[in-house]
Write a protein that binds this ligand. Structure first.
Ligand SMILES: *Cc1c(COP(=O)(O)O)cnc(C)c1O
Length: 389
């Protein structure tokens, strides 16, 4: 038998979360009669959940957004027929052929990508490839990727020339919010209106498909999620049960996102301490009274953050227990003095169902949810659970 730790992937909850974010965006009064398609974002191995869980949990999505062509190949090999969009576009000229081979659409954020298309597309005509979509990525303040909104018509015209190859289906516009998950966002909203909405939605004399909103923007700006006739939303974190938006409650927005992952490890040893005894490297926990300590088969080599402190909580048999001492490579210790029913073999929930949710767990470790879920290491077995069994 293997070491008693696993990441349980709740594919039913993943499907639920996709449904919740979709219906919340569609419920916005200005979004009636709009087409709102959903690209489930599954970059970074589906935020650490694995592509198998993503394909199962998000099978109702209209498409998938990702970074790696290798991941796109895995999806196609597994029979995924929905749209796939490379959110950062392709990196090398040779990727273009692979993309067309897999029927993968791409973001275009820089002139070198247009040059690669100019060189490569004519060679690939009449090879029987199905046409793919292009999304021009505009820089609306993040200053990572994208063209200036003022260049929109020019970039569109350059790309529209490739339509004669028969390899381009449609050309749309996309952008990415820098501040949707912060409290400092009014200026950004003005900027999106004045730059993106004004310059990037009507190109070549007609309205193009657009894609604006990640999770935080879907929740905070449902109006932007449906601003055009054809919209593609790009939720990631909320699909995995995270709602890392400070002060969201000020707007009384309550979304019932459910955990996509439960990280569970068993108790493998019990220590009974006397007052004054310490636990772990550096003796960072010292018992103030007699107490019962459980050693759990999960450490930082599994992806559990070493920044967790004695105030970090875990779930044990429906109760909360706190860490005792430093996180080791393969173990943590927890104080279970108040949970006498816990014993060798009792499962401990580091985060997920029966323990702190991913945002709470992250906060208690001074991290954000994305870091925790993406940080699960390959040695942790993944178990899919659709809630039926
Ligand atoms: C990661 C990413 C998303 C999803 O972001 P969340 O905050 O996880 O919803 C959407 N769009 C782009 C371009 C991304 O890189």
């Amino acid at each position: 038998m293997s070491r008693p730790i696993k990441a349980i992937l709740h594919t039913n909850n993943m499907a639920h979360n996709l449904q919740i974010i979709t219906s919340s965006v569609k419920a916005h009064p200005e979004n009636q009669n709009k087409t709102i398609k959903r690209l489930a974002v599954i970059k970074a191995n589906a935020y650490g959940h694995g592509l198998a869980a993503a394909m199962e949990g998000f099978k109702d999505a209209d498409g998938f957004g990702m970074i790696d062509l290798e991941d796109a190949a895995v999806l196609r090999k597994n029979g995924v027929t929905q749209d796939i969009l490379l959110l950062e576009g392709f990196f090398h000229k040779s990727d273009i052929k692979t993309m067309l081979n897999l029927g993968v659409s791409t973001a275009i954020h820089s002139p070198y990508q247009i040059n690669y298309l100019k060189e490569e597309l004519p060679r690939l005509v009449s090879r029987g490839f199905k046409p793919v979509n292009l999304f021009i990525k505009f820089n609306t303040g993040m200053n990572r990727l994208g063209f200036k909104p003022s260049e929109a018509q020019k970039v569109y015209e350059q790309l529209a020339e490739f339509k004669s190859t028969g390899l381009i289906k449609s050309i749309g516009s996309m952008m990415h919010f820098a501040n949707a998950d912060t409290d400092n966002r009014d200026a950004e909203v003005v900027r999106i209106e004045e730059e993106f909405v004004k310059n990037c939605m009507n190109l070549g004399g007609h309205e193009v498909p657009v894609s604006l909103c990640n999770s935080a923007a879907c929740v905070r700006y449902p109006r932007f999620a449906g601003i055009a006739t054809e919209n593609w939303i790009r939720p990631g974190s909320v699909l995995y049960g995270s709602q890392y938006f400070p002060n969201l409650n000020e707007q009384n927005v309550v979304h019932n996102f459910k955990p996509a992952m439960s990280l569970v490890a068993d108790i493998i040893a019990i220590q009974n301490l006397k007052a004054g005894d310490s636990v772990g490297y550096g003796s960072k926990f010292t018992a103030t009274k007699d107490c019962r300590i459980a050693v759990v088969a999960c450490g930082y080599a599994d992806g559990y953050p070493r920044s967790a402190t004695n105030e970090t909580e875990v779930g044990v048999l429906g109760k909360r227990a706190k860490l005792a001492g430093r996180v080791s490579m393969d173990m943590i210790a927890i104080d279970i003095s108040h949970i006498p029913e816990a014993n060798i073999g009792t499962p401990v929930v580091l985060w997920g169902e029966g323990g702190p949710n991913i945002d709470e767990a992250a906060q208690m470790c001074g991290r954000i949810s994305y870091e925790l879920i993406c940080g699960i290491t390959p040695r942790v077995p993944k178990v899919l659970d659709n809630g039926q069994s």
